[in-house]
Ligand binder design. Structure first.
Ligand code: PEP
Length: 251
């Protein structure tokens, strides 16, 4: 049975003290809430150790927002998957559209990052999604299929089991423009079918597929009610404990 997950993506927000405070607030709120999903926060590298020290990862999983495509060595400014894992983090987001768009990450670099993350025992939240032009010209299903095929379909069945997919239409990220629940369902069902064709129905049924893009407490219930939407990857709304919890409790 696949898990439902709500994961926050803090992006480049909060100082370490601010991040520790926010993580503590979410951790506390989870103690009193009835929660029917796993909850994760993905935070800046600089925050990982300090946040790991103040949360209960049995209730609130911790993740990074990226890792390097190299193991170690002379790569100034990079942070390896082993370094991320050594902080206590259990997850890493890879392939976010902001990384693809602003930092030139390609399907090939992402394939390396995924392999290194898995080698180091991290669960990968792998983002895919089309830009507005691809939505409007009708190529969006193929675009997403290709992103998955090129970066993930080299994996063994066991390794693929450590992947959480996140469908994030780029036109919906940080824009206030959410995909409708029917648009999300269409893509999620298509992604599951794509996985089934490669790894079989059982693996496809067990894969968690999150929706991301202007998800808020007000639209989360309808999105999460769709049969193939297994939770959300939450940007802006994860920076406020109350609104993040509003989404966490939407199941
Ligand atoms: C994201 O960047 O992963 C995201 C979904 O952002 P937002 O919720 O702010 O649209």
């Amino acid at each position: 049975m696949r898990k439902n997950i709500v994961a926050g993506n803090w992006k480049m927000n909060t100082t370490v003290p601010e991040g520790v405070k926010l993580a503590k607030e979410v951790n506390e709120a989870l103690k009193d809430a009835t929660v029917k999903c796993d909850v994760v926060i993905a935070v800046p590298f600089t925050h990982l150790t300090a946040i790991d020290a103040v949360i209960d990862q049995n209730k609130l999983g911790l993740g990074a927002e990226n890792c390097a495509d190299k193991k170690s060595g002379a790569f100034t400014g990079e942070v390896s998957a082993a370094m991320v894992a050594s902080t206590g983090a259990k997850y890493v987001i890879l392939g976010h559209s902001e990384r693809r768009q602003y930092y030139g990450e390609t399907a090939e670099t992402l394939r390396e990052k995924v392999l290194l993350a898995l080698e180091n025992g991290l669960k990968v939240i792998f983002c895919v999604g089309e830009v507005l032009e691809q939505r409007e010209n009708g190529t969006y299903l193929n675009v997403v299929k290709e992103q998955i095929e090129k970066s993930l379909f080299n994996l063994s069945e066991a390794d693929f089991g450590q992947i959480v997919l996140a469908y994030e239409p780029v036109w919906a990220i940080g824009t206030g423009k959410t995909a409708t629940d029917d648009q999300a369902q269409e893509m999620h069902a298509f992604i599951r079918k794509t996985i089934a064709e490669k790894y079989g129905e059982v693996v496809a049924d067990d894969t968690t597929i999150l929706y991301g893009g202007s998800c808020k407490p007000s639209n989360a219930p309808a999105l999460f009610a769709k049969p193939d939407v297994d939770g959300g990857l939450i940007g802006g709304a994860s920076l406020d404990a109350a609104s993040f919890m509003g989404i966490v409790t939407a199941f």
